[in-house]
Design a protein. Structure first.
Length: 257
C-alpha cells in the first residue's frame, strides 16, 4: 500500500499518507453529498452545494484520521510501534507492528476508535442545533454526524479486521486463554461479514436496481482478504510480564481499519 502512497506529514509523531485511491473516493463522496444536498436544499445554488460537498468530504476524511490516530496513540501508550496511518479508498488504516500482547490491551486499542467516532458524531449533531438558520452549515454538520455514526457502528461489527472483530478476539482470548483460537474464530466471523457485504451489494444492484449497491462488492472482497490475512498471523512470544518479546520492527505491520 505504501508504494502508491503520498506522505503528507505527521501528527503526534505518527506519519500520515494518502493512497492514490483516496483521491477517487474523495471525488465520489463530494459528488454524492453535493447531489444529496440538492434534494434536501433545492433552493441553494449549485456552487454552494458543491462547496458543501467538498467541505463534507475533506472533514470526513479528517475524522477518519482522528479515528485512526486514536488507535495509534493508544497502541503507543502500551509500547507498541506504529508505522503510520494511510488513508485510502475504503477509509484508513493504522499500521501497527506485531500483535497487541494482552487481551485487555487489545480491547482498549480496538475500542478507542469507535468511541472517538461516536464522540465526533455527537459533537457534530450538537453543532447543528446552533446553525438551524444557516442551511449550508446545518447540512454539512448533520451529514458529518451521520457518517461518523455509521463509521462507529460499522467498525463495531464483530469480525476481523474490523474493530468489532478485535473486541471479539480480545473477549475470546480472555475466555479461552488461546490467542490463536480467538483469532481463528474472529477471522472466520470477518470472512462471513465480507461475504455478506458482497451478497448485499449484488442483491441491491440486481433486485433493488441501485447500481451504487455494487460499492459493497469491492469493500467485501477487500475485507475478505484482510480477514484471511488476520487468520494466518500468530501470537507473538511473551515473557512472564505479558509483554511481547523480540524486535517488533521485524514483524509485519498489521492494518487496523
Amino acid at each position: 500500500m505504501r508504494r502508491a502512497s503520498i506522505r503528507i506529514g505527521s501528527v503526534l509523531g505518527v506519519e500520515l499518507s494518502l493512497h492514490v485511491t483516496w483521491f477517487l473516493v474523495l471525488g465520489l463522496v463530494v459528488w454524492a453529498t453535493a447531489t444529496g444536498f440538492g434534494d434536501i436544499y433545492p433552493d441553494l445554488a449549485g456552487p454552494v452545494r458543491a462547496g458543501m460537498g467538498l467541505v463534507t468530504g475533506v472533514v470526513f476524511f479528517g475524522c477518519l484520521t482522528v479515528h485512526e490516530l486514536a488507535h495509534a496513540v493508544t497502541a503507543r501508550r502500551f509500547g507498541i510501534r506504529v508505522r503510520g496511518i494511510t488513508l485510502f479508498v475504503f477509509g484508513g488504516v493504522a499500521e501497527i507492528e506485531g500483535e497487541v500482547p494482552t487481551p485487555a490491551r487489545e480491547f482498549a486499542v480496538a475500542l478507542i476508535g469507535p468511541a472517538v467516532s461516536l464522540a465526533l458524531a455527537a459533537a457534530f449533531a450538537l453543532g447543528t442545533m446552533g446553525v438551524r438558520e444557516v442551511p449550508a452549515l446545518e447540512g454539512v454538520l448533520g451529514t458529518l454526524a451521520l457518517v461518523n455514526l455509521g463509521v462507529a457502528l460499522f467498525n463495531l461489527v464483530p469480525g476481523l479486521p474490523l474493530d468489532g472483530g478485535r473486541l471479539l478476539r480480545a473477549g475470546l482470548w480472555r475466555l479461552t486463554g488461546s490467542h490463536a483460537r480467538a483469532t481463528r474464530i474472529a477471522a472466520g466471523a470477518g470472512v462471513a461479514v465480507a461475504l455478506g457485504l458482497v451478497a448485499v451489494g449484488l442483491a441491491i444492484a440486481t433486485w433493488g436496481r441501485e447500481p451504487a449497491g455494487l460499492w459493497y462488492v469491492p469493500m467485501g472482497v477487500f475485507l475478505w482478504f484482510l480477514a484471511r490475512s488476520s487468520r494466518r498471523r500468530r501470537q507473538p512470544p511473551h515473557d512472564a510480564t505479558g509483554l511481547a518479546l523480540g524486535d517488533r520492527e521485524g514483524q509485519a505491520a498489521q492494518p487496523r481499519p
